[in-house]
Write a protein of this length. Structure first.
Length: 96
């Protein structure tokens, strides 16, 4: 009986050590807001191209999303580090 308890606790301790040593994987967020002077009153025309180039050239992102936030004239440029296809990303986006 004592050997069964000892074996059980030995296996339990080994499993705890194994799970404690497994590194946690932290995902980087795919979308980050461009910081550095994106001001626009719309997400159409030249504004969306400015958003695209600022994300690609300055932030080394794969793509961009021009995001219409809450309220009037509240547009944000989000740099997409996971996909160059904005239609794959959830959330409101305005494309030409």
């Amino acid at each position: 009986m004592a050997t069964k308890s000892l074996s059980f606790f030995a296996v339990l301790i080994i499993l705890l050590v194994i799970f404690a040593e497994v590194p946690e994987i932290e995902a980087e967020p795919c979308l980050k807001q461009y910081v550095g002077g994106f001001t626009s009153d719309s997400c159409f025309g030249q504004a969306i191209q400015v958003c695209y180039w600022k994300c690609r050239l300055k932030n080394k992102a794969k793509g961009r999303i021009c995001y219409s936030g809450e309220g009037a004239d509240n547009y944000k440029c989000l740099c997409d580090f996971c996909s160059d296809n904005p239609s794959c990303v959830g959330g409101p986006s305005h494309n030409d």
